[in-house]
Design a protein around this ligand. Structure first.
Ligand code: ADP
Length: 549
């Protein structure tokens, strides 16, 4: 019982001491007292803040840095609330505790050395502070000695470096990122520079390549601007014309074109510039020695991404030799067909004599042979006639007399012939009005028969052929419609050319590609037009129109 009372007494005493300590701490913090007594190994010691005043202590208390005062033993005589928070210790426990107890082992020596040196001079060092939560806090310990009544003490300002460290870390990270970006930019720049160099090199090569190419091909070449002005020629041009750039630049080339070809050339050139369509014309250019030679000119526009023409690239190919060859070929065709015509005429005559030989009855088989020979001779004759016509056209000598021609009669006559020759075909006629035109009956018959023959030849699967006659705007229009193989758009533009035939092995038939060429010549000599409407696989309608009388 007595022991219990003693314990209670001790507890009370301790509580009292604690309260007293608490009060003292508060009193110091708030500046109510200037001195305190600390119990250490040497007994009780009294410490007084020499310059203590309330403002000073309030200021210390409010500081964002930790403030610690230690005695020569390293015991904390005083610390502000901020330090207690940094050390994660209640303020009352911090005061009186050794400063080293708030420092992890690895920093202990550094702290010792710092304190040791600081008694002599002002020192600062980075020290780690245990924050109690297990996470260490990098701090700057700045030490100064201060004079207290009880002797010299060390005042230490503890600055939290974590924010600084974090900022430094961030800064370093940013620096690293910056460095990386800079390196990337440099790399990109280098690549770009290399690409530009490469492209420039490529450009130079391709320009040189183009120059080499244009200067070494046999054609003359030029480039012209969208307004038609020529801005470059290749070496061939200068060699051929004997002129320099200034003399033929812009539209200067006109002076070198044969006067007979100039109008047509200008017309086609202007048309191409206006429409962007390919320029193609045959004309004669004057050589440096004054001789004109035929050339085939072609120019294609070069367009940018927006489809606008930047310039035209043109070539002029010397076709003088081909032209001569063609002339020789035409001459040969003319002579050969003429030479063939004479024996053929006598052959035909003799065959007629044989057929008409009445003295003896001919065996039926002979009559059959004579008829067959007659058909072949007729075919041969029409072939020779076509060849003769072609050479006459070339020589500009396809001449014939003009009379009034009754188109209805002409059509009836031709259809009758066709029905006779192609008995398996059905010919339908649709005739409107009774048009009369000025023309040569035989030649117009030749044209119509040619169209009917073609309709039959190129529609082996559908044997219906329609022939119509219409009056239209003071013109008579005759057309022949079949439901045969038809023609593509491209083929339609070419079939009126001399010797042109559609190359199609499947539908290949005999022929020389002269019929439509001759027909076109005849119709244009009659001041008329000839044309075709067709679709591949659907059939064709060939027509011609002639002015009415
Ligand atoms: P060809 O003797 O070859 O028939 P043409 O001058 O009469 O000569 O015709 C030229 C080419 O036009 C022919 O080879 C053929 O390919 C084509 N052609 C003419 N008429 C027709 C038609 N009615 N249908 C389809 N193709 C045709």
């Amino acid at each position: 019982m007595e022991q219990q009372d003693q314990h209670s007494e001790e507890i009370r005493e301790l509580r009292f001491q604690l309260e007293e300590a608490q009060e003292t701490i508060n009193a110091i913090r708030t500046g109510q007292v200037d001195a305190l007594v600390v119990k250490d190994t040497d007994g009780h010691q009294l410490y007084t803040l020499k310059t203590a005043d309330q403002t000073y202590r309030v200021f210390i208390e409010k500081m964002s840095e930790g403030a610690v005062t230690i005695n020569s033993e390293g015991i904390i005589l005083y610390c502000n609330t901020r330090f207690a928070v940094m050390a994660n210790t209640p303020l009352e426990k911090a005061i009186g505790a050794p400063l080293a107890s708030f420092v992890p082992d690895q920093s202990k020596t550094a702290l010792e050395e710092l304190i040791h040196s600081s008694w002599n001079e002002e020192c600062r060092l980075e020290i780690i502070l245990k924050d109690g939560g297990g996470k260490d806090m990098h701090c700057m310990f700045s030490c100064n000695t201060i004079e207290l009544d009880g002797g010299t003490a060390l005042s230490i300002i503890v600055t939290d470096l974590s924010l600084l460290k974090e900022t430094e870390k961030q800064l370093q990270l940013r620096n690293e990122q910056l460095e990386e970006s800079r390196a990337n930019a440099e790399k990109l720049n280098n690549t770009l520079e290399a690409t530009v160099k490469e492209r420039t090199h490529d450009l130079v090569i391709s320009r040189e390549h183009f120059k080499l190419l244009t200067n070494n091909i046999v054609q003359m070449t030029w480039t012209n601007l969208p307004d038609g002005n020529v801005n470059s020629y290749n070496q061939r041009w200068y060699d051929y014309t004997g002129k320099d750039f200034e003399a033929t630049a812009g539209l200067g080339w006109k002076e070198l074109i044969h006067p007979d070809d100039l109008k047509m050339t200008i017309e086609k050139y202007t048309h191409s510039l206006a429409t962007g369509e390919m320029f193609e014309v045959e004309n004669r250019y004057k050589r440096h020695d004054g001789v004109y030679r035929w050339h085939l000119n072609r120019a294609q526009p070069l367009k940018n991404d927006k489809g606008e023409i930047i310039f035209w690239v043109g070539t002029a190919t010397d076709i003088e030799d081909q032209k001569r060859e063609m002339d020789r070929k035409d001459e040969f065709i003319g002579i050969a067909s003429h030479e063939l015509k004479t024996p053929l005429t006598s052959l035909k005559g003799y065959l007629q004599l044989i057929a008409g030989y009445k003295k003896e009855q001919l065996p039926p088989i002979i009559t059959q042979y004579i008829n067959k020979a007659g058909v072949s001779i007729n075919k041969l004759q029409s072939l020779i006639n076509d060849l003769l016509d072609v050479s006459k056209i070339k020589a500009g000598r396809l001449e014939y007399s003009l009379n009034d021609v009754n188109i209805t009669e002409l059509v009836n006559q031709c259809v009758e012939n066709a029905e006779h020759v192609y008995s398996s075909y059905i010919f339908e006629k649709q005739i409107e009005g009774d048009p009369i035109v000025k023309g040569n009956n035989e030649r117009l018959e030749q044209v119509l028969m040619n169209l009917i023959n073609n309709a039959v030849k190129y529609s082996q699967n559908d044997k219906n052929v329609l022939i119509t006659v219409k009056k239209n705007n003071n013109k008579a229009r005759v057309s022949v419609t079949d439901h045969g193989i038809g023609l593509s758009q491209h083929q339609q533009t070419r079939i009126f050319e001399r010797f042109y035939r559609v190359e199609d092995r499947k539908n290949m038939t005999s022929g020389l590609g002269m019929g439509l060429y001759i027909s076109q010549e005849i119709i244009s000599n009659h001041n008329g037009t000839i044309g075709v409407d067709s679709e591949t696989g659907q059939g064709s309608t060939f027509y011609f129109e002639l002015p009415l009388v």
